[in-house]
Design a protein around this ligand. Structure first.
Ligand SMILES: *Cc1c(COP(=O)(O)O)cnc(C)c1O
Length: 229
């Protein structure tokens, strides 16, 4: 089977699984954005996905994101990986959404660069729901205060929250993590923030995207289930 046929089948399977998950979520979310995580594949394969209708791509390295964006300019490019402050200039003004805002000094750096370019930088705040030491993200209890503080940074716009569940043998174990982020978002929505709009809940990857959607995700980041070659 050629790559395009394989990709088409994988995409059809994912879309059908998403449709099933949406039926189970009690309208917690409706439209799902599929982000094709292209970090393990080349621009040529990413282009095949674009030709099949994929409009959003995710990368976790700034250099790869820049290179692939050059190749597929019409797509939306998402920075999903941990971002070092010295790489901020390579991604602000390039990425359409940064999913990994996880600390104050990174916010300051993003804001500084946004001001220089005279743009509002779209970000998601990454939350460490699972409480894993090695995982990035703001602790759930600190998110409220963090969003408040971000009000001081006028070149940042927060469009929602992101989390990563740990790998689990039984993916049902991820459900409480996604549920907690959904309810955190519901709670925070009652507050008034200067530069926050709760539009996206970025949660779910190849192992757990169906569960994430059942729990209210509207943005899934899928790599290996799509690009399994
Ligand atoms: C790699 C990656 C993904 C995609 O993972 P798959 O298991 O291949 O779907 C999603 N989110 C982040 C932050 C990643 O680094």
């Amino acid at each position: 089977m050629d790559n395009k046929t394989k990709l088409k089948q994988n995409l059809a399977t994912i879309q059908s699984n998403i449709a099933k998950a949406l039926l189970k979520n009690g309208k917690k979310s409706t439209d799902i954005t599929i982000i094709a995580v292209s970090k393990t594949i080349g621009s040529d394969i990413a282009k095949l996905a674009f030709d099949l209708g994929i409009r959003d791509f995710g990368e976790n390295r700034t250099q790869e994101l820049n290179q692939k964006k050059q190749f597929i300019k019409e797509a939306n490019w998402h920075m999903i990986g941990r971002l070092q402050t010295n790489k901020v200039k390579e991604v602000v003004g390039v990425a359409d959404l940064i999913h990994s805002l996880d600390r104050w000094n990174l916010a300051e750096e993003i804001n500084k660069r946004g001001r220089l370019l005279n743009i509002e930088v779209p970000v998601l705040v990454q939350v460490n729901i699972a409480g894993e030491e090695q995982k990035a993200g703001i602790e759930p209890n600190d998110v409220e205060e963090f969003l408040d503080s971000l009000g001081q940074l006028s070149n940042i716009k927060v469009y929602g929250l992101m989390t990563m569940a740990p790998f689990m043998e039984n993916n049902e174990g991820t459900r409480p993590i996604f549920r907690e982020l959904f309810y955190l978002k519901e709670k925070l929505k009652n507050n008034i923030y200067k530069n926050v709009e709760f539009k996206y809940l970025s949660m779910g990857m190849s192992q757990d995207y169906e569960i994430a959607i059942e729990e209210g995700s509207n943005m899934v980041r899928i790599g290996s289930a799509l690009f399994d070659f």
